[in-house]
Design a binder for this molecule. Structure first.
Ligand code: ZN
Ligand code: ZN
Length: 352
């Protein structure tokens, strides 16, 4: 199987490459033909020739990079088999962000699944992860250590609402990645009964509007206007992680700083970022879900793309599953912590 797997998928300096189909998956540099799992900047880059992705991911890329982000767009319908060169591919939901998909590559009855980033926890803003049985499963390991067990998101969002009830004079500034996490937090707040407006930093606006156009109900989400900041007592305001600590957030009334991330499990990280109210909300699988997913796929071989690879590779070994780390560079949650290309938070300060 090892031999056959490497015929189906191998590594080049651009990333994962299928020689029989002559395409890359989530390449980190411009290539002729790219299959993209989801819209996060570390997986979806501008400048490729042909891009095959779900319609939602294509629209996310167009919002982030402009309509000319690639030469030719091709839509992948979930579950629809497509022939590319000498292989067959299909996309299946990954449960990570809107439009996120796993990509299955098949030939001669052998199947490799590239999962991109994924989670098993419920998310009102995207389709749930679908188990695709396969011979080789390619997984991330962002939270690939047994200490990582994400709590129920409802409890985390409850903490935020309770804090507003406790401090009705203070604005609550919540740092969240602009794609996926921010909209999930909004949807979770609505589920928990928060029916007041959710205020947005300018950098959140375009992608939030896109989510609404795609049919995700998020309620009223006005953009913060500079002049109004002082009067936003008891408001919930979402902004990019980088804005929690800068002057932008200090203009609000006695701000409480919160941050929604799986990393908030690590107290030192929360302290280091000056976060008063850590919210452990992650769009990645925690340790139990990584292990469960590997078993669910029935894969006899696992490749780990990025994150805490060693523990997961070791765990696979204890289960008799062959596993290897790929040490792929250019991926990782932190890529999402960066502002969008061409977006300068200082400009936002001037306009918002
Ligand atoms: Zn991602
Ligand atoms: Zn990623």
């Amino acid at each position: 199987m090892s031999q056959r797997a490497s015929d189906l998928l191998t590594l080049t300096r651009e990333g994962l490459y299928c020689p029989l189909g002559r395409f890359h998956v989530d390449p980190t540099r411009p290539v002729e033909r790219a299959l993209i799992t989801h819209g996060h900047a570390d997986h979806a880059r501008a400048g490729h020739g042909t891009v095959l992705a779900t319609p939602e991911t294509l629209r996310i890329m167009a919002v982030r990079y402009g309509e000319d982000f690639c030469t030719t767009r091709q839509e992948a319908r979930l579950g629809e088999r497509m022939r590319i060169g000498d292989v067959t591919v299909f996309f299946a939901p990954a449960g990570h962000v809107l439009g996120s998909a796993q990509i299955a590559i098949e030939r001669d009855g052998k199947r490799i699944v590239v999962s991109g980033d994924y989670k098993r926890a419920p998310d009102p803003t995207c389709l749930p992860f679908e188990v695709v049985p396969c011979d080789v499963f390619i997984t991330e390991a962002t939270f690939g250590l047994p200490v990582f067990r994400h709590p129920d998101t409802r409890g985390e969002v409850r903490k935020l609402i309770d804090s507003v009830t406790l401090f009705p004079e203070r604005a609550h500034i919540v740092g969240a990645y602009a794609l996926g996490k921010a909209q999930r937090v909004m949807a979770l707040l609505r589920e928990e009964g928060w029916d007041r407006p959710i205020h947005l930093h300018g950098a959140m606006e375009k992608l939030t509007e896109l989510y609404k156009r795609e049919g995700v109900p998020l309620g009223e989400t006005p953009k913060v206007v500079a002049a109004d900041r002082k009067s936003l007592h008891g408001a919930i305001v979402l902004c990019p992680p980088s804005s929690i600590q800068d002057v932008w957030s200090r203009k609000f009334p006695d701000p409480v700083t919160a941050f929604a991330s799986g990393w908030m499990r690590v107290r030192a990280r929360a302290r280091q970022k000056g976060v008063e109210l850590p919210l452990v909300i992650s769009d990645h699988s925690d340790w139990p879900d990584l292990c469960r997913t590997i078993l669910d796929t029935g894969a006899e071989e696992v490749w780990v793309t990025h994150g805490q690879e060693d523990a997961l590779v070791h765990w696979c070994g204890t289960r008799g599953i062959r596993a290897k780390p790929l040490h792929l560079l250019g991926y990782g949650d932190d890529g999402e912590a960066e502002p969008d290309p061409g977006h300068d938070p200082r400009m936002e300060e001037a306009s918002a």
